[in-house]
Design a protein around this ligand. Structure first.
Ligand SMILES: C[S@@+](CC[C@H](N)C(=O)[O-])C[C@H]1O[C@@H](n2cnc3c(N)ncnc32)[C@H](O)[C@@H]1O
Length: 164
């Protein structure tokens, strides 16, 4: 087969492997989980949240709709463009933004709550990172995959709540 056909496929495979090693692959949260996240987070208006691996922006959009400053951090450039387009469509650009960044390189201290739909093999490393960075009184909401050691405060529709 010609190199011109093999090369793009090889690049896509390498990109998929890179994304997999950085965190979870893209699987969107369902509506029940999103509603549970919003309710359990109890972030006041003017508060600030972050979605670590924000996918198509649905969690960022849901928080922004309720008057919260919402920031998504996403490594996949296609999802960054798509979620920014979704935010524009919803006219939420004053409250919602997506950063094309690796969340492992960000300090989440300034946030009142963070949301993560990760995968089991990354949760131990994430537990250490968020425990050391987040302020007392802030919240962490995990969809499907809990932290391995930290006992959660509440669980609803597959969402685990942690209070710092
Ligand atoms: C399971 S999806 C969750 C998407 C969205 N938060 C939701 O709940 O619908 C995980 C997302 O994290 C992104 N991701 C994985 N590793 C990342 C990293 N190190 N930095 C930023 N985004 C990452 C993936 O590209 C994917 O979009």
């Amino acid at each position: 087969m010609d190199l011109i056909f093999i090369l793009p496929v090889l690049i896509l495979i390498l990109l998929a492997l890179y994304l997999l090693f950085q965190g979870a692959i893209y699987v969107p949260s369902n509506e029940k989980a999103i509603n549970a996240i919003i309710k359990m987070a109890k972030v006041k208006k003017g508060g600030k949240i972050a979605d670590l691996g924000s996918g198509d922006g649905r969690i960022v959009i849901a928080f922004a709709r309720s008057g919260i400053q919402a920031h998504g951090f996403e490594i996949n450039p296609f999802l960054v463009l798509f979620s920014r387009w979704n935010i524009k469509k919803e006219k939420l650009t004053d409250r919602a933004s997506i950063h094309w960044q690796d969340f492992w390189k960000i300090n989440f201290n300034p946030y009142n709550a963070v949301v993560v739909f990760g995968i089991d093999y990354m949760m131990g490393r994430l537990e250490k990172k968020l425990r050391s960075e987040m302020r007392p009184g802030s919240k962490i909401l995990l969809n499907i995959f809990p932290f391995p050691k930290w006992p959660y405060s509440q669980k609803k529709h597959g969402v685990y709540l942690y209070k710092t």
